[in-house]
Design a protein around this ligand. Structure first.
Ligand code: PLP
Length: 388
């Protein structure tokens, strides 16, 4: 078997449905022609529904970090005070980018697997004014899904511009940007949106668009004001990845056909099922508060004395399933299962059963069939409880 037969159960890139792959494989179209404009327009209309905004959604040819850098560099000027969060690798990346663009960054400490407390942030902000806050909706390195509404309320109340990294969760949980009152949402294509890597998305609130238009940072490729102007004509400033946009249109169509609420419910129930499966193996999630447990990725503590890098390798070699290990200080100590995009319960059960079998090979007693069954039952129960 070759690498292309691997089942990707990592938190991105994810498995790409055949329909999307076929759309990408169509001949390239001219990016200044009518065919591309209509493709982009339909994709953007779909993304507006997925992000929950009436504002334009800028489609960039880059990975997710490009969208984050674009949002931060257009909205944060040198010398401005920014609040950033040590929640994990991606929360830290946002603060580092802000610092690189000349912001005075204030770091909020947080333990891995925990989330900052919005009430404490509100308290702190009353004595420490900042112009912007950068945070992850879903911290992929730990599996914490922030309470977006609570965070947004704190920042709106304090007049702070909220810049959100939704890279690993857009399409897997509702963002409701306008309703919640977020100023910038950044995302990437290769996660819950079921596309290969290569596209990134940014939406800005009206105040954020105004601020971006007066940005004092230099921009060329990532000038969001220029991108918004071009989008009004159904175009992008520079040659976009036209084939990926064809795939994007197809992915958006698939999500709307399934129904966004159903897509979100499927993800939430996959998260519930995954936690049930690992509990049945006697393992603990890194995130002990179920209210913060991610719908799209679950981080699991390794049994004492065992290294998650070995588990990842065994799953890849024996089962042709790819899961992730931990990052930074969590390397070797946790493994992460991504359950996002076109992932179905059967994919998850196959993965859990393989995890249990390989742990057993490594000397930790776990029952593969039992873990998969528990996940499947939990998934059905979750759907029944929430359907309709
Ligand atoms: N932010 C989060 C939350 C992520 O999960 C990732 C990638 O895993 C990124 C940012 C970076 O995205 P990219 O690798 O597409 O630049």
């Amino acid at each position: 078997m070759t690498d292309d037969k691997l089942l990707l159960m990592i938190p991105g890139p994810t498995n790409v449905p055949d329909r999307v792959l076929q759309a990408i494989a169509e001949p390239s179209v001219y990016h200044r022609g009518e065919q591309f404009s209509s493709m982009l327009k339909e994709s953007v209309e779909g993304l507006q529904k997925i992000i929950g905004t009436e504002e334009p959604v800028i489609v960039l040819t880059s990975s997710g970090t490009g969208a984050i850098e674009a949002a931060i560099s257009n909205l944060v000027n040198p010398g401005e005070r920014v609040l950033a969060f040590h929640t994990g690798k991606f929360g830290e990346r946002m603060g580092d980018i802000a610092a690189m663009y000349g912001a005075e960054v204030h770091w909020w400490e947080s333990k891995p697997g925990q989330a900052p407390d919005p009430a404490e942030i509100a308290d702190w902000l009353s004595d420490n004014p900042v112009t912007a806050a950068t945070f992850t909706f879903n911290e992929t390195s730990t599996g914490v899904q922030q309470d977006l509404q609570a965070m947004s309320e704190v920042f709106t109340e304090a007049g702070v511009m909220s810049i959100v990294d939704a890279v690993s969760i857009l399409g897997g949980a509702p963002v409701r940007m306008d309703e919640v009152g977020l100023d910038a949402v950044a995302a990437g294509s290769q996660k819950a949106l079921m596309l290969p890597p290569g596209l990134a998305f940014v939406a800005l609130s009206k105040p954020a668009q105004q601020k971006a238009a007066q940005s004092t940072n230099p921009h060329y490729y990532f000038d969001l004001t220029a991108a918004i102007e071009k989008l009004a004509d159904g175009q992008t400033p520079y040659t976009p990845a036209v084939n990926l946009v064809a795939g994007l249109r197809e992915a958006v169509r698939m999500m709307l056909q399934e129904g966004l609420e159903d897509v979100y419910l499927r993800h939430r129930c996959l998260g519930t099922a995954c936690r049930e499966g690992i509990a049945r193996m006697g393992l603990e999630p890194l995130v002990d508060n179920p209210g913060l447990a991610s719908s799209v990725v679950t981080a699991v503590k390794m049994p004492d004395g065992l290294d998650s890098s070995e588990l990842v390798q065994r799953l890849r070699d024996n089962d042709r399933i790819l899961i992730s290990g931990g990052q930074g200080a969590l390397k070797g100590k946790i493994f992460r299962i991504g359950h996002m995009g076109c992932c179905q319960i059967d994919d998850l059960c196959r993965t859990l059963s393989a995890v249990a079998a390989r742990l057993a090979d490594m000397g930790y007693e776990a029952d593969a069939e039992d873990a998969a069954n528990a996940a499947s039952v939990a998934y059905e129960r979750c759907r029944e409880e929430n359907d309709g």
